[in-house]
Design a protein. Structure first.
Lengths: 389, 152
């Protein structure tokens, strides 16, 4: 059966060039970077090289990159670390209603420990309003955390402008850039961010490795204690093969960035046009102007997303849904809710995320099957365009 | 898909009795698109026996499979027998559903009751099995626990 993977926002396959670089660090180059003999020093050198590669992708200084275990760890560290570092100044954090749960649930945790959090809403394009952000600032505000690109509907936030507002008020600014890394131009100096979370497995690197950009001068208390690794900022023996893989993936992402963006955007726009012209009653969720180049989020009205997902899976097509009925979660997508999408339409939403190995043929095969599956489920459905919801 | 057993998958892929009966004797709807599933059941009833049943369902795979199974279970049954069918019976016939999906079987039990209630109202009939039936009960009355999860 044909296999079509359209869930690159969930994770990406490791590119062969990346894997090739990683392999020796599992076996012959297995030394602990903290050891003083040669194979230890080799590992240490490999980490330094990878740090430079990741720094290079975002315009950071090498010492401003701290490797972590994943994007979620970076998010947790940024929020909890800032809360601890700045607790004498205040207890107020500003974020958005569309953050990843790594930020949202950490905010909930902090709320239980005396912090107050403002969750900014978004407009129909999925973007925050900058005057609302500025108006939310109080003299107790210690952190503004706004995700760079949303994972579900792909909205790109005005990070540079938001960071400038934070700076004007002397507040630290963090962005969760897990979906943005390698999908838009990022220059941390130009953006003016203080902290930025990243992950390797969204850019064709391995799972289990992330990083934090920590601007020089931002002193965060450590999150994992017990060693002097990562400039004494993150203890734990370094995951050398994963770090090497992250570095290579970052290098490739930098080399291919403009081509990657152009190619994905073209495929994305083609797919949206094909689906919306060939299938009636389909809504595009989120705006098109500021959007992740590979993100497509559609509502197939009058049917439910999980049944669509399963029937597409039977055809070898991998996508994800914002429906409450998906897997163990019975809660509809908080992101589409914030976007103002009615709940019944969230149940019928699907996210297709396009990546480097996606071809036009993959998309044609998906459209072909969608036409058939959507028609079939609409025949079964108790709601329809004639009868309405 | 590994989350459903073969029986459920088969019924979801090839649901039986999809549609609406013209001039049905009883029609009932349960659930709502906002809740994520809504089933409409229509019945043909002759001499107190359900001779035909058809359904239309907005919902996930297990809601569609449960709907299909429920129609198969009630065709040929008397009204009293059909009213005795519970979601557990539907579940048993399906060979089980994953934990968070059990409420989908409630959908079909309630849609059967709603359709028979409609028939009873039209004909001024009373049935023992409808004694405690509340046509205005909402799906929230048996709503599932809400777990949040995220895997990205």
């Amino acid at each position: 059966m044909q296999k079509v993977y359209l869930d690159y926002s969930a994770t990406t396959p490791v590119k062969k060039e990346v894997l090739d670089e990683m392999i020796p660090y599992f076996t012959e180059k297995f030394g602990n970077p903290s050891s003083l003999y040669e194979i230890g020093a080799d590992s240490k050198e490999a980490i330094t090289k990878a740090r430079g590669q990741v720094a290079g992708l975002i315009g950071a200084g090498e010492k401003e990159i701290i490797f972590t275990s994943c994007g979620s760890e970076s998010d947790n560290w940024a929020l909890i670390g800032t809360a601890e570092a700045k607790k004498d100044k205040g207890n107020h954090i500003i974020t958005t209603a569309i953050e990843h749960h790594a930020v949202l649930h950490t905010c909930k945790y902090l709320e239980k420990h005396g912090f107050e959090v403002t969750y900014l809403g978004v407009d129909e394009d999925g973007r925050i309003n900058l005057s609302e952000l500025e108006a939310a600032i109080t003299d107790k505000t210690i952190l503004i955390s706004i995700m760079f690109i949303n994972n579900e509907m792909g909205a790109i936030q005005p990070i540079k402008e938001a960071a400038a507002i934070a700076k004007k008020h002397g507040i630290w600014f963090h962005t969760d850039a897990v979906q943005a890394l390698g999908n838009v131009e990022i220059d941390v100096k130009e953006l003016g961010v203080d902290m930025m979370s990243m992950s390797a497995h969204k850019i064709y690197g391995p799972k289990g490795i992330g990083a934090m950009y920590l601007r020089k001068g931002v002193v965060l208390p450590g999150f994992i204690h017990g060693g002097a690794q990562e400039f004494k900022k993150r203890a734990g023996t370094e995951s050398v093969p994963n770090i090497v893989g992250f570095g290579k993936a970052a290098e490739l992402a930098k080399e291919n960035l403009s081509e990657h963006i152009a190619r994905l955007s073209e495929l994305r726009d083609y797919f949206i046009k094909e689906v919306t012209t060939k299938i009636p009653d389909v809504d595009v969720n989120g705006g098109m102007k500021y959007r992740h180049p590979g993100n497509v989020n559609l509502t197939f009205n009058f049917i439910e997303g999980e049944s669509l997902l399963i029937l597409l899976d039977m055809k070898g097509i991998c996508i994800s849904t914002g429906s409450a009925c998906s897997s163990a979660s019975l809660v509809p997508s908080h992101v589409l809710s914030a976007l103002g999408v009615p709940v019944e339409k969230i149940h019928g939403s699907l996210r297709f995320s396009i990546g480097d190995f996606t071809t036009k043929e993959d998309l044609d095969y998906t459209v072909e099957n969608l036409i058939e599956i959507v028609a079939k489920l609409r025949t079964i459905s108790s709601v329809s365009s004639e009868k309405g919801w | 898909m590994a989350m459903y057993n073969d029986k459920v998958m088969d019924l979801f892929m090839n649901p039986q009795n999809v549609g609406e009966i013209e001039n049905a004797d009883g029609v009932g709807t349960y659930g709502s698109p906002v809740c994520g599933d809504m089933m409409k059941m229509s019945l043909k009833i002759e001499n107190n026996v359900i001779v035909d049943a058809k359904f239309k369902t907005f919902g996930c795979g297990s809601a569609i499979a449960s709907s299909s199974m429920a129609t198969e279970m009630i065709i040929g049954k008397t009204i009293d027998e059909a009213l005795n069918i519970t979601n557990k019976d539907v579940l048993k016939e399906l060979g089980g559903l994953p934990g968070p999906k059990i409420h989908c079987s409630v959908l079909s039990e309630q849609a059967i009751k709603a359709a028979i209630y409609d028939y009873a109202q039209k004909h001024g009939l009373e049935f023992e099995g409808l004694k405690d039936y509340d046509p205005n009960a909402s799906e929230d009355d048996h709503l599932h626990e809400h777990d949040e999860e995220d895997g990205e």
